[in-house]
Ligand binder design. Structure first.
Ligand code: WTA
Length: 648
């Protein structure tokens, strides 16, 4: 672990929203008297009916409730658009940067407002009402943000599905929430490669339980010819452009749902994480302002796709609620070359830049040249999110990308948390490379051992949260019991994050990664159970076990042990076929890196696969297997060690 401390730069602190003493004072206040603290913060939004009640939460299984600002009424889209029009009507809301570096577009708050109203009216004309679900399966084009905000405006619940997911994954997500409309594009384009979005939608809608979908809106991105089914499909522009540019915002209760976002857990199929309106927006806006030390003239660029929670909170909702200029990037870090990020930073004079460690590590491997070609002089703060950042990558980001001038905020949070929970506040908290540092206001982390005993002082164990914060998810769509079972049963009465963490002598948190069966591959969350169930759906596969192993660029790679059915023969061709199979079943992001043929898997006498052993073998730590005497057949381990795929 790095022991180095990077002090808050004095010149940065001088202009920052909060300094060291402010953090201590406000943090104490936020946990001592959350009601009055969050009441004050809640007033940053425009309420149609102001709230009088603030926090009503209990993680006790028998008295479970999470409600914030619960007698208030508001509209999220009106908070992101309408209230900025008088002062910021001509300010750029979205800078769209295309996959092709020659393409970009500026959209002002007024233009975005009109576009969102038109799209909202279009959805209404298709019969979409408050509470209905709308699936958004789009590339990173402005229409994606327009569609999200249009749903928010009329009170429909959006479910954005990442454009990299397969037709199968899309179908499952459509069926689970019963969407009546799908908004998509003809094709996506990323890194010069085309993604057949409309074709995937067509295929998805032939799959079971997707007949809830009555309409498909198709935005034109590449202009390719795609089949349009007359009764169901309409061009986005045809339906939207003719609509009036005003649409009264629906009056929503603070606790009315805003969106569903599917995410992987340790078991079963992905869960529909449900976020509501008031608390979520308060929390996204406030963290966006303070963690990134936002100023009026900042150009904020979060490189995430809107298909992930980072894109929801820090491309769309947080920045727009704050009246900021947000960059929406269609491309990838290494196309057309490895200077792509920094070229676009210079082009748009980006001041605040937020990306994932996996991108930093990949660019680091290409050396300093592609960075140094660009000035990057507009940058004043750098951020990371999505997975632990190794100190070496942190230092490189700070020294090379930030020229040693810019604070780095390593922000820890989850789809479930709605916004950042542990992070430096750049003017207030000294940084240590590799540490997410200290909790945000109102956040009460603790570390417990496997029996649930709270550990004090410097320690390592399971990361939990002992109290609620406004951005917390409220339920799993359609399965409230699963919500309680997943997060509040392991350590009763407390929220279990699924992450391990260490706390040092200064009270700083160091996230060590998932302690459950969730993988984090290049910042993308995947469940081992999903990969296994895709694998065993292949006719030649009898059984499969997926684990993560340390990977230099991606953080974790995917290692799958496969037992074939009796008449299937292992071969290189079959290996390739199985990799392609999983890509097609789930997504290219779930492609196994290594597949090992396993005549047998290590199981206990009761038939449970001992993943601990499989993880050790995949990590080349087969000299540390621990006790294997409880296995039904210890000899399978010898074979797996001998045949392992990940020899250094
Ligand atoms: C991991 C992404 C270390 C963690 C916002 C968490 C991190 C999971 C960090 C959530 C960080 C996210 N340091 N680990 N700064 N940020 N993680 O739901 O394991 O896609 O539980 O949300 O990513 O991933 P998700």
């Amino acid at each position: 672990m790095s022991q180095k401390i990077y002090k808050v730069p004095e010149d940065f602190a001088a202009l920052a929203h909060l300094r060291q003493a402010d953090y201590q004072r406000l943090y104490q206040e936020s946990v001592r008297d959350p009601n009055s603290f969050w009441a004050r913060i809640g007033r940053r939004l425009d309420w149609i009916q102001p709230f009088a009640k603030v926090k009503d939460t209990s993680f006790d299984e028998h008295d479970f409730r999470i409600r914030w600002y619960y007698d208030g009424k508001l509209n999220v889209a009106a908070n992101c658009l309408d209230r900025h029009l008088t002062k910021r009507g001509d300010k750029t809301a979205i800078i769209w940067e295309g996959d092709d570096p020659k393409l970009s577009e500026h959209i002002t708050y007024r233009q975005l407002y009109e576009r969102v109203c038109q799209c909202a009216n279009a959805l209404k004309s298709l019969g979409v009402k408050k509470g209905d679900r709308v699936t958004i399966y789009m590339p990173m084009i402005p229409e994606a943000a327009v569609a999200m905000l249009a749903c928010a405006r009329i009170g429909a619940i959006h479910s954005v599905v990442f454009g990299g997911f397969s037709a199968d994954s899309l179908a499952g997500r459509i069926a689970d929430c019963g969407s009546s409309v799908v908004i998509t594009a003809d094709e996506g384009i990323r890194g010069g490669k085309r993604i057949p979005l409309k074709t995937n939608v067509d295929l998805a809608l032939t799959m079971p339980n997707t007949d809830c979908v009555k309409h498909v809106l198709v935005a034109r991105r590449t202009g390719i010819r795609v089949p349009m089914y007359a009764a169901r499909d309409r061009w986005f522009d045809d339906v939207v452009n003719s609509q009036p540019k005003e649409c009264a915002p629906e009056v929503m209760d603070a606790e009315d749902p805003l969106f569903i976002l599917y995410t992987s857990g340790s078991t079963g199929k992905p869960k529909g994480v449900l976020h509501t309106s008031g608390g979520y927006l308060v929390y996204a806006a406030m963290t966006h302002e303070l963690v990134f030390d936002l100023r009026e003239d900042d150009i904020f660029w979060c490189t995430a796709d809107v298909g992930w929670v980072t894109g929801h909170s820090y491309v769309v909702y947080g920045p727009l609620a704050n009246g900021a200029t947000t960059v929406m990037f269609e491309g990838v870090p290494n196309y057309p070359d490895c200077g792509r990020f920094w070229q676009a930073v210079d082009k748009h004079k980006v001041t605040l830049f937020y990306t994932a460690p996996t991108a930093i590590r990949a660019l680091m491997r290409e050396g300093e040249e592609p960075v140094k070609e660009w000035s990057r002089s507009s940058l004043r703060l750098l951020g990371t999110v999505g997975e632990p950042i190794n100190p070496e990558a942190w230092e490189w980001y700070h020294r090379v990308v930030g020229d040693g001038r810019c604070p780095v905020v390593d922000t820890w949070w989850q789809t479930e948390t709605g916004g950042i929970l542990i992070s430096p506040l750049p003017g207030a908290i000294d940084q240590k490379p590799g540490s997410a540092t200290l909790p945000f206001f109102g956040v009460k982390p603790a570390i417990v051992d496997n029996e649930g005993n709270t550990l004090e002082g410097a320690c390592e164990g399971n990361l939990i949260l002992t109290d609620s914060w406004p951005g917390q998810m409220r339920t799993v769509f359609g399965d409230h019991q699963r919500f309680i079972d997943t997060y509040f049963k392991t350590f009763p009465g407390r929220y279990f994050t699924g992450d391990g963490a260490r706390r040092d002598e200064d009270g700083y948190y160091w996230i060590t990664g998932r302690v459950d069966d969730v993988l984090n591959v290049a910042g993308h969350r995947l469940g081992t159970a999903e990969i296994e169930s895709a694998m065993v759906a292949h006719p030649s596969v009898a059984e499969a076990a997926a684990v993560g192993y340390p990977h230099d660029i991606k953080g974790q790679g995917i290692y799958v042990y496969v037992t074939l059915i009796a008449d299937a023969q292992p071969s290189e061709a079959l290996r390739t076929e199985l990799r392609d199979w999983v890509r097609k079943e789930i997504s290219p992001i779930a492609t196994p890196d290594l597949i090992q043929w396993a005549p047998g898997l290590p199981k206990t006498r009761s038939g449970k696969i001992m993943r601990r052993i499989l993880r050790k073998i995949a990590a080349n730590e087969h000299d540390q297997l621990g006790d294997i005497s409880t296995l039904a057949d210890p000899s399978v381990v010898e074979n797996l060690v001998r045949e392992r795929m990940n020899r250094p």
